[in-house]
Design a protein around this ligand. Structure first.
Ligand code: HEC
Ligand code: HEC
Length: 376
């Protein structure tokens, strides 16, 4: 995606990862890594919002916010270049799984919109889980994680898949054991958590993975440039789609910086969708809270980069975005859209595709004679 807005981040995301990585993997003769300055990762000036008198732009600014250029700061888990680099390594390391074959990136591919373009993902021994893999891009801006919100934040979320029996299926001790066996990981954890006697812990792995994920944002979408005041960043058809998205009521649920990700709603708020989209076996949030009123309640998903992340819904049961828009109109709003309205809304959704994060496949420490072997 080409666009003219400059990236103002003082350290480009790749650069952060690459510098941190070379510090972590570098020989002992290198200077020890300076404690990273979080300010360098997340406090560069953001582009200004230009003054506007355009009523549609002003209305859009009330409902939505642009994705900041800089990575968000996670509460209680400040970013450092070393954390970002180590988190990237763990995100790509298949040895966090029991069979040493599945990494976070298997189901959240950086090149596939942060997801996997499959209805449900293949995990341990080819088993498939019950839900579609959501994108990790901009996940830091979701108010809770998972379709049913069962994790409070990225740090808590990252603990789930490593030990989930149909995902990476590691036994609880395996991750720390695996990482401790590799001297470069031991050194990297010690540098990133200098005050801890025994820093190679799954909890610390979760922390650095979360910090890395927070850098996976996609700023500068045409819609963001429009929100900031560039009236030409989206075309008239897309503006008509934006107006419909607001006027029909989509924005009553899909709003804020992530155009979603900020509240729960029942899938079928007005009318039940077809069972292929909402099978009875998955009651969503009710399984977490035990409250029957939460039956079929899910986190309203982000629509950022939605054009890249088919198939859709928590079931991954619809490949066609136009059909998804029609299901939403009927199930969530009790309305029927004309074909022109549907394509206009889709044209608006296309403006939500931002710049991909520049992430280089990190070099990982290789296993040696003392490393634990994979399970069969
Ligand atoms: C086998 C595939 C698979 C693997 C491996 C995997 N995930 Fe996921 N991920 C999923 C699925 C499926 C969901 C949704 C599950 C749900 O909501 O119940 C999910 C949800 C998430 C979410 C929540 C996003 C949101 O919008 O709610 C994040 C963040 C995430 N994964 C990050 C990770 C990280 C970090 C790792 C590695 C430690 C990882 N995943 C490994 C498939 C996978
Ligand atoms: C009452 C709240 C609500 C309204 C109104 C609403 N949605 Fe949704 N939307 C949701 C929820 C909840 C889901 C997740 C459904 C599921 O469980 O798969 C969703 C899912 C989606 C998805 C699929 C996302 C993905 O990653 O799979 C798209 C696209 C979408 N909505 C677009 C729209 C459009 C366009 C409108 C207006 C016509 C709209 N929504 C109106 C709550 C809402």
């Amino acid at each position: 995606m080409k666009n003219p807005s400059p990236r103002v981040a003082p350290l480009g995301k790749t650069i952060v990862a690459v510098i941190g990585l070379s510090l972590l993997l570098g020989g002992c003769n290198k200077a020890p890594e300076a404690p990273g300055d979080p300010a360098k990762i997340a406090a560069g000036a953001e582009p200004e919002m230009l003054a506007s008198t355009d009523p549609l732009m002003l209305q859009a600014r009330e409902l939505f916010k642009p994705i900041p250029i800089n990575a968000p700061v996670l509460a209680g888990n400040p970013a450092t270049p070393g954390k970002v680099a180590l988190g990237a390594m763990l995100f790509f390391d298949p040895r966090l799984s029991a069979t040493h074959s599945i990494s976070c990136a298997s189901c959240h591919s950086i090149g596939l919109g942060g997801a996997d373009n499959s209805p449900t993902s293949v995990g341990f021994h080819g088993k498939r889980g019950g839900r579609n893999s959501p994108t990790v891009f901009n996940a830091a801006y979701n108010f809770v994680q998972f379709w049913d919100g069962r994790a409070q934040d990225l740090e808590q979320q990252a603990g789930g898949p490593m030990v989930n029996p149909v995902e990476m299926a590691s036994l609880t001790g395996h991750v720390a054991e695996q990482l401790s066996a590799l001297p470069q990981y031991r050194t990297a954890f010690a540098k990133v958590f200098p005050n801890e006697a025994n820093p190679v812990l799954i909890g610390n792995a979760q922390k650095v993975i979360a910090v890395f994920e927070a850098t996976l944002t996609t700023p500068n979408a045409p819609f963001d440039r429009y929100l900031r005041g560039d009236a030409t960043a989206i075309n008239n058809n897309q503006k008509a789609g934006l107006k419909l998205f607001i006027d029909k009521g989509c924005a009553s649920c899909h709003a804020g910086v992530n155009i979603g990700g900020a509240m729960y709603a029942k899938f079928g708020a007005v009318a039940a969708p077809a069972t292929q989209y909402r099978p009875t076996g998955d009651v969503g949030r009710a399984a977490v809270t035990g409250d029957p009123a939460d039956t079929y309640v899910f986190k309203v998903p982000t629509l950022r980069n939605i054009a890249l992340t088919a198939p859709y819904f928590h079931t991954g049961s619809e490949q066609d975005l136009l059909k998804v828009i029609n299901v939403m109109a009927s199930a969530q709003l009790g309305q029927t859209l004309t074909p022109l309205e549907t394509t206009r809304i889709a044209a608006f959704l296309d403006t939500l595709t931002g710049d991909h994060p520049d992430v280089a496949q990190p070099r990982l420490p290789v296993s040696d004679a003392r490393s634990p072997l994979p399970e069969d």
